[in-house]
Design a protein around this ligand. Sequence first.
Ligand SMILES: [Zn+2]
Length: 426
Amino acid sequence: MPLSTSLALISLFVAALGFGLLLRFWLSSRQIRHVAQHREQVPAAFAGTISLASHQKAADYTLAKARLGLLEMALGAAVLLGWTLLGGLSALNQALMQWIGDGMTQQLALLVAFVVLSGAIDLPLSWYQTFVLEQRFGFNKMTLKLWLVDLLKSSLIGALIGLPIAALILWMMAAIGNLWWLWACLFWMGFNVLLLVIYPTLIAPLFNKFAPLEDEILRSRVTALMQRCGFSAKGLFVMDGSKRSAHANAYFTGFGAAKRVVFYDTLLAKLSAPEVDAVLAHELGHFKHKHIIKRIVSMFALSLAGFALLGYLTQQVWFYTGLGVQPNVASANDALVLLLFMLAMPVFSFFIAPLFAQLSRKHEFEADAYAVRQTSAQDLSTALLKLYEDNAATLTPDPLYVRFYYSHPGATERLARMQGGASAAV
Ligand SMILES: [Zn+2]
């Protein structure tokens, strides 16, 4: 029975991985073809506002990213097979077992070794993305030194936060019995809420400087807008995003009275005051429509389902053997099962990703509509166009690719909705 179940899992895993890969390659090739075909001409709706040079830069940037994406996809699938069916994770586990013996130290060492090795495998592509791809299009502002310092800092913070959490979850798995997953899930949710609270004030400042917004005119405009919309914020900040990248952004973060507004310096350099207002109003729209809370609640519901499934799979020998791992006979398999679950889940959850992308695009439309009511469609659309142009986001993505992946609607669709105003709103 376990043998046939494990064969069934192997087949299911390989089929899902293969089908997912085919689907991704097909979607990317559609995107590449579509963008390349529309490269020679600015779409009619933007003919007066976007130059041919900008349009072509956006096309080339999108194509370069899509091609790198193909490489990443192939590499990711090979690495995944290496860890699972080809026996990488099993070998790593055995080697550490011989070296350290069993127990909590070995399990933590397995997690650490896995994270370090996967990180090392991803590193060359991450370097290439920053120093070749982003560099070529003028977006990268990082030096190699800053990149290395960032890497060191995030590894240290990851270890400082991650190791105690991993140890605690492993302890729960061993000590609590059958319902460990429920407690682990509650703990995980609590930790995520804590992270949302401490990230803006404790972690983000380790990477960027946050200076109070000095510009008096902008300050009073933004404050007036927030009052009009019924918000109060602890502070308005400018972040030195230009330290790393020319891409521009703004966000509104935090809970209760601790809310703060953060503008990238790159955003303020590019937008006029009314346009900054419109972008902020869009962010406030996300809060007004409770998108953030909705997202957190749905992530929690998914986590609960995930932990419950994990709780069940921990007990199933076929889950290990079906993914190429020989479970330990005399000692705990908790770290192994956590890693296997993390590796195998995305192969299956990939197929429901479009649902979340669609929900996210719906939320973007709602936030746009809110911003239009509070400021003006004109300011929001010129602001968005500037951001699309500065970030070299293509105006002509493949519609099916958008449906599958895009968390934000394409520019054409978005501006059409805004300009349509109340009459087109549904
Ligand atoms: Zn948004």
